[in-house]
Ligand binder design. Sequence first.
Ligand SMILES: Nc1ncnc2c1ncn2[C@@H]1O[C@H](COP(=O)(O)OP(=O)(O)OP(=O)(O)O)[C@@H](O)[C@H]1O
Ligand SMILES: [Mg+2]
Length: 312
Amino acid sequence: MPLTGLESKDLIMIIFGGKGGVGKTSCSVACAIGLAEKFKTLVISTDPAHSVSDSLCQHIGFRLQTVQKVMNLTAIEISADKAFQQFKEEHENELIKLFDTSTNFDAEDIQQMMSLSIPGIDEVMSFKIIIDLIEENNYEKYVVDTAPTGHALRLLSSPELLDEWIKMAAKMRWKYRYMIESFSGDYKEDEADVMLLNLKKTVKRIAALFSSRQKCEFIPVCIPEDMAIMETERLLKELQHFKITSRQMIMNNVMESDESGFCRQRKAAQSKYILKAADVFKQLQVVTVPVFPEEIKGVLALMKLKEVLFDR
Ligand SMILES: Nc1ncnc2c1ncn2[C@@H]1O[C@H](COP(=O)(O)OP(=O)(O)OP(=O)(O)O)[C@@H](O)[C@H]1O
Ligand SMILES: [Mg+2]
């Protein structure tokens, strides 16, 4: 059974996730290659290890980069650190104003605050870049490759963390506003208020996208091994919290050949877990991907994986 429903016009964001090393990057890039046959597609890496470059055998990096040898496909590797750095540079005045007017900090304290990371902000800035790219509307499909489970969950929970931070900052602002109003009776919104408001909008936009069944889908990638199944099960439970839909999963590295004793043994060991997965993930359609004789590296190899994923 191939991947289904990804060509639906409304579905714009497809996120791949799962345990380390199970084939997330290979599957997300191959899926993006398949979608690029019909849609203008952007593949986005949010993994600090940035293996999309390695998978495609092309340097991508933190800017939109046309993928060679694939029509209609662009890629970007988002660096959370750089995304946050960029945000700080763009909003330096607003952040200084926020700390300056809302706290009793002196200039040195403020500089120190500026160099500290706000919880979840690195990840949320990665997502802000994704949501901004989606709203620029230059592509029809956005395929997101994530780092292994823990990091992906941090990424997905980052809007909530940022929301907490915004609430705290807004509270400080209200106190400041109250003070100004009591003294002068007149308070005008300043750039720090606008920045908080915009951040709040970003958080809402991300949450709305996550929870839209039509627009966003998460595809877990798993392999027929007990630990991978258990981790995927936990991941799917956590995903419910973010209201992200999963309709199908990829079972990768499945041994099909029984030409040698080794293959037969491997196949027998896997079949137990394939049955277990069918039971644990019964609400999901399972897309089976065989283990390839060689590493999946470069566009040609990814095309072969694409053929399996889309059955074409
Ligand atoms: N079906 C397959 N057959 C053979 N090799 C595969 C298959 N799927 C993935 N691989 C290989 O397994 C390795 C890991 O794959 P990949 O990088 O896609 O995993 P990942 O889940 O993204 O890893 P990470 O958690 O490190 O990001 C790569 O060398 C890839 O070429
Ligand atoms: Mg990867």
